[in-house]
Design a protein around this ligand. Structure first.
Ligand SMILES: [Zn+2]
Length: 569
């Protein structure tokens, strides 16, 4: 490709609309342009990267026997009513009406459509297992679309769905997809981690998120250096060390704490550390009002609570409920004398002489111990933090930031039951298919690559998904000998099957170098008048500071060597 012929509208200044680095660089390098809130056009350079990611995905999915289809973007309401999600999905589901007043939606995901397809077409266990996938546009009407294609409303996604005859088959499909994802993100050139994610009511280790590690990531990953356990914050289990609680107990008593509601206020007022307080958080759930006790300096993990008690609805109680169940206002709740069910985080079991709310306005109770109140039990109910004990090996957790680019999930019978997707087993009995679903945000993957690889001059794209692998850059386009060699090198590299661009513009050298760096092309071949006098040209890798001179006869071989090295990685 010739730079002069290509549509690459780069920007010198930082665009105002961009909030994060990848968004800024994708606008500046002419990868994308915004049409409306959360809706983007992919320009030629960005689309080249996007297509490379798609091709890697396609190859690895096919390798595992998954088969590509394309399902409709527009989906009928009736299917979503069958799964129960027409009501449940909320406002992210963009609902529309056609000219006959039929209700439809723009597909945010395709469980309903694929389940409908398979229940119509698959009749016998002989036709399973089946994994179908598509790479297609999705629409989710986010409240606050932001960060460019990282959190847009319209986006490209690879979604796959597996159908199996039994649990064992479903687990095999799950592991196949896990392996495929590992290969996909390795080939994309990422430093990434597969982390355990919440499985909701399915249980087990059958949900993984694939996180690209980047300081700017939105998600927190908890991991253990000891055993390699890694999980997202919602999921991360916290271990504990059993220990004796000393028996030198103080005198239980109420103290005045006028207007002191928060942990910070109370601990400062009483002159004790926050970890000497126990918070009593009151929740309204579909199984009634309940309380959770957690150490003052920690937070309740509501996902753990939900899973433990199999709750559908869980929300913080309103002030009225708090007054009614505890007798005191918000900020003064404590466990003593409460009649609602109480669940305590395990930390509380090892605490003594702590401070709790007095269930009366402006009163807290001090020197409280576990025998002073009654709980249903002590469980792992807090949000994990770095420094906590690993639940698997007792090691110590650390945390890193990540960007979720893929998610695999065992669905079990959720959709096949709701939508009656059955087939006949060996004995002729009608049974439900066991399902799994597997997503990759394709546009997001391009953005994540930029969040992970960049410097002050622009993107440092991984070789496998950079818009071009090589840029041939003649410094002075009016110097005939430079141009002649540049053309020869360009054509030879094309002939060798490389994805190469020649910057044949009559721009100043500074502009050319800047653009090449901004776009993040991994290998640059610079052909300049001065070096040519010594029969030399310059090769520079985008990720390295220094360039090197090579004899012009050797340039093709050297470039191909680098390319092979990149590909092997
Ligand atoms: Zn561990």
């Amino acid at each position: 490709m010739r730079y002069s012929k290509m549509f690459i509208p780069t920007m010198k200044e930082d665009p105002k609309e961009a909030e994060i680095l990848s968004h800024r660089l994708m606008l500046r390098a002419g990868f994308i342009r915004k049409l409306a809130s959360g809706v983007y056009t992919w320009l030629p350079l960005g689309l080249k990267s996007l297509k490379k990611v798609e091709n890697i995905i396609r190859q690895e999915m096919n390798r595992k026997g998954a088969q590509e289809i394309i399902m409709p973007f527009v989906q009928p309401k009736e299917l979503w009513e069958e799964s129960g999600r027409w009501e449940k999905y909320g406002k992210e589901l963009l609902r529309i009406r056609d000219r006959n007043d039929r209700e439809l939606c723009l597909g945010p995901t395709h469980e309903e459509v694929v389940t409908d397809l398979v229940r119509r077409e698959v009749k016998s266990y002989r036709e399973l297992p089946l994994i179908l996938y598509q790479i297609q546009t999705k629409f989710r009407d986010e409240i606050r679309p932001r960060f460019g294609v990282m959190r847009s409303r319209e986006f490209s996604m690879k979604d796959a769905y597996s159908f199996d005859i039994d649990e064992a088959g479903a687990e095999k499909s799950y592991m196949d997809m896990y392996d495929a994802y590992m290969r996909i993100f390795e080939r994309c050139g990422f430093n990434f981690k597969a982390v355990e994610a919440d499985t909701g009511q399915i249980g087990g280790s059958f949900s993984h998120e694939f996180m690209v590690l980047a300081d700017t990531g939105e998600d927190t990953i908890i991991s253990c250096g000891g055993c390699g356990y890694a999980a997202n914050l919602e999921r991360a289990e916290v271990g504990f060390v059993d220990r004796e609680v000393p028996h030198t107990k103080g005198q239980l008593k109420d103290v005045e704490t006028p207007g002191q509601r928060t942990v910070e206020e109370v601990s400062e007022f009483l002159g004790v550390k926050p970890d000497k307080l126990v918070k009593t958080i009151i929740y309204n759930t579909d199984r009634g009002t309940m309380g959770v006790l957690v150490k003052g300096d920690r937070e309740v993990n509501e996902v753990k609570l939900r899973n433990m008690l199999n709750l559908d609805v869980i929300e913080l109680a309103d002030e009225e409920t708090i007054e009614k169940t505890t007798g005191g206002p918000l900020g003064f709740s404590g466990p003593i004398g409460l009649s609602i069910p109480l669940y305590a985080d395990r930390d509380v079991l090892f605490m003594e002489d702590f401070v709790v709310g007095g269930n009366v306005r402006d009163v807290h109770t001090v020197n409280v111990n576990n025998e002073d109140f009654k709980v249903k039990g002590y469980y792992d109910l807090k949000v994990a933090e770095p420094g906590d004990f690993c639940a698997r090996c007792g090691g110590t957790y650390s945390s890193t930031r990540g960007i979720e680019v893929g998610h695999i999930f065992k669905l079990g019978l959720k959709y096949s039951k709701a939508m009656n997707c059955t087939f006949l087993d060996k004995g002729g009995k009608e049974i439900h298919a066991v399902m799994g679903c597997y997503g990759i945000g394709v546009g997001r993957t391009v953005a994540a690559a930029i969040e992970q690889g960049h410097d002050e001059n622009g993107m440092i794209m991984p070789f496998g998904i950079a818009p071009f692998e090589i840029c041939v850059l003649p410094v002075n386009s009016s110097h005939a000998e430079s141009m002649e060699l540049a053309e020869a090198v360009y054509k030879e590299l094309l002939y060798k099957g490389m994805d190469v661009i020649i910057d044949d513009r009559s721009e100043r050298p500074g502009v050319k170098f800047k653009d090449c760096d901004l776009i993040g092309i991994p290998i640059r071949v610079t052909i300049g008048e001065r070096n040519l006098k010594d029969h030399m040209v310059e090769i520079k890798l985008r990720k390295e500071k220094d360039s090197q001179k090579v004899r012009k006869e050797e340039v093709i071989e050297r470039v191909l060597n680098y390319a092979n090295e990149f590909k092997r990685r």
